[in-house]
Design a binder for this molecule. Structure first.
Ligand code: M6R
Length: 631
């Protein structure tokens, strides 16, 4: 959460900062700001404004066009309301700083600083941190009989790095900061203490950002700053130091395959719609080079030997994630249990990390995450690593912390996902997990029931085409969504793998329409939620023709008879189901293997259609951010 960007070089910094902020806006969009260093006045130019980055652009039109050093920030408020005074950057004497993450013991440190005579202008934990660094700068300078602001650039740099080290040892939390020092015209300083930062060099200078996407149009070679690392970046040079010892360390440069063209709307009204329509190619890319030639072969993963070793003696699998990624884990449980006969426990990361799970010998932990930076998922992964368990990740962002810290990686190939509501990353997660469960069954000498296996395998291979044929009706699905405008509650129900898909449908609808939606296992309705049903409620019922079909239709009858408006999602030829519905979304023939991917797509478009009708902010829904890097 929150986006950080910095530029130092020979070109004007502001265009780099604004472009970076726009690309990072999905991380937070309640306020934005920048600080530029003006070499003439030898001081900072700081501008901040409430609202989207565009508001900052308008408020600063025609100014700050020549300065060549700057840092910027787009905020998702944690401490203090979204306001100009709480927006970043925050200044303390000769330092100006932007921050992502949380300083957990900020209140205690603030009280201590106040007692020492320091005054504060904002409610943020960020200001506490920059004032703490400043305090140490002043003290360290004094110890050397210097006045910090009057010291030479070299002395200031040395003092500031030691001051940062001291401040870091006093604060608790997971965070990242970058800052400028008054009088140093060619360098950005920073610390990665548990929130991601990436450094890169373009022709004209050095770049730093909290996310790859801010620099993809300038360079594809980057260094991911390791946790507990202080760094300095200038044109052509980056140096990294251990936060505890200040000893220099080497961080490798990595080539990134994503390109900046992918981070554009390409004629679609919203990133979310573009991403929904990218699903055929995303699934094709995710399967490409991995599918065996026949159902008897093995899937091809990046490191086949390590993959086989990983699954050899596994007795139990934990799948851990948050939000939409958690729903993909729920679907995967059905496949691992049925095909690979493996016991699977699925956990919400924020619960798992604070429980005391009992791990048997042979337990493997998989974490699933689009961003690879979600704080709770990362903490769950670290917990599993600390317990000595083998871990793997299913992740979309190359080089992300979760990818780097897991023992084995199964990448999804969805490309940059900008819409806050996850769509293509979810179907890519489902695809990888389905293929993985299928493959693990083979590795364990268990061929899924031969008829199922054969049909399932072929349906996985033709999934991109099947998605195309579903998307051919996208306008109709959006119209169904728009028709729910006057419904107060929208219930999504299903059984088996359609239960997590119902949860996902409801989550998407809540996120982008702000309408009350619930996802339920159809068999649970009678245990409470049926009390909600009246004519103001719509139920989206998902019932592919599987072994639970008849049971789902019985549940449908129960709510239909109580006045609910029924939207059915089922097979084209399913006339029995169709006649029970007020509105029916007809899908092509699917298999148990691919139904979750194909059935979730209409729910994405129902939510999109309703959000459009209601005039909601689709790509940047209120109160949300794409990458949840605080717990
Ligand atoms: O990046 P992650 O997959 O770890 O993110 C997990 C959730 O925050 C995310 O799926 C969230 O629920 C989405 N906004 C859903 O659309």
């Amino acid at each position: 959460m929150c986006g950080i960007v910095g530029y130092v070089g020979t070109d004007a910094a502001k265009p780099f900062l604004i472009e970076g902020l726009k690309r990072l806006e999905y991380r937070g969009y309640d306020s934005a700001g920048f600080a530029l260093y003006d070499p003439k006045s030898k001081d900072f130019i700081i501008r901040r404004s409430v609202g989207h980055v565009e508001a900052l652009v308008e408020a600063t039109h025609g100014m700050g066009d020549h300065e060549r050093l700057g840092i910027a920030h787009t905020r998702w408020a944690t401490h203090g309301v979204p306001s100009e005074v709480n927006a970043h950057p925050h200044r303390a004497g000769g330092l100006v700083l932007v921050h992502n993450g949380i300083i957990e013991n900020h209140a205690q440190i603030k009280n201590q600083l106040i007692a020492e005579g320091v005054s504060f202008s904002s409610q943020t934990d960020t200001e506490v941190f920059v004032r703490l660094i400043e305090k140490h700068c002043l003290r360290l300078a004094l110890a050397q009989k210097l006045v910090f602001l009057e010291a030479t650039p070299l002395q200031k740099r040395d003092i500031a790095l030691h001051a940062l080290q001291r401040a870091a040892s006093e604060v608790e939390g997971h965070y990242a900061v970058i800052f400028l020092i008054q009088g140093i015209e060619d360098c950005i300083f920073g610390l990665q203490a548990g929130a991601p930062l990436v450094l890169g060099q373009c022709k004209s200078g050095g770049l730093v950002a909290s996310d790859l996407q801010a620099m993809l149009s300038h360079t594809s070679e980057v260094s991911f700053v390791p946790v507990s690392t202080i760094f300095e970046v200038s044109k052509g040079l980056s140096h990294f130091y251990d936060v505890k010892t200040l000893e220099e360390k080497t961080v490798k440069l990595e080539k990134i395959e994503w390109s900046s063209e992918k981070v554009a709307k390409d004629g679609f009204d919203h990133f979310m719609l573009k991403e929904i329509f990218q699903q055929p190619s995303v699934i094709a890319d995710t399967l490409s080079g991995r599918m065996p030639l026949s159902e008897l072969g093995s899937f091809v993963w990046d490191n086949p030997v390590a993959h086989e070793a990983l699954w050899k003696n596994v007795k139990k699998v934990y799948l851990i994630a948050c939000g939409t990624a958690y729903h993909s884990a729920m679907v995967a449980k059905y496949y691992f249990e049925k095909w690979a006969k493996l016991s699977v426990e699925v956990d919400i990361a924020s619960e798992f990390r604070y429980r005391n799970p009992v791990f048997e010998v042979g337990t493997i932990v998989g974490v699933i995450s689009q961003s690879g930076e979600t704080a709770d998922t990362l903490a769950a992964l670290r917990l599993a690593n600390e317990k000595g368990l083998t871990t793997f990740s299913v992740c979309n962002v190359p080089g992300s912390t979760i990818m780097r810290e897991s023992n084995f990686q199964y990448s999804t190939k969805a490309g940059p996902e900008i819409g806050v509501a996850s769509t293509k990353a979810f179907t890519a997660q489902l695809t990888v997990l389905t293929a993985l469960a299928y493959d693990v069954a083979h590795l364990r000498g268990l061929s899924p029931n031969s008829k199922d296996s054969d049909e399932g395998f072929r349906s996985l291979a033709r999934l991109p085409q099947d998605i195309e044929s579903v998307l051919a009706h996208a306008d109709e699905f959006q119209a169904v969504g728009a028709s729910l405008e006057n419904k107060k509650t929208i219930l999504f129900i299903g059984r088996g793998t359609m239960y997590p898909i119902a949860l996902e449908g409801a989550l998407k609808l809540k996120e982008i329409t702000y309408r009350h939606a619930e996802g339920y296992a159809a068999g649970e309705l009678k245990h409470g939620p049926i009390a909600l049903v009246d004519k103001d409620l719509a139920a989206v019922v998902m019932a592919p023709p599987d072994e639970l079909h008849a049971k789902t239709l019985s549940n449908l009858e129960e709510i239909r008879s109580r006045g609910a408006f029924i939207v059915g999602i089922g097979e084209d030829k399913d006339t029995e189901f169709r006649k029970l519905c007020n509105s029916y979304i007809a899908l092509p023939k699917t298999t148990w293997t691919t139904a979750p991917v194909l059935y979730v797509i209409p729910t994405q478009l129902i939510s999109y259609g309703l959000a459009r009708k209601l005039g909601c902010s689709i790509d940047k829904p209120r109160n949300l951010a794409k990458s949840v890097t605080v717990e």
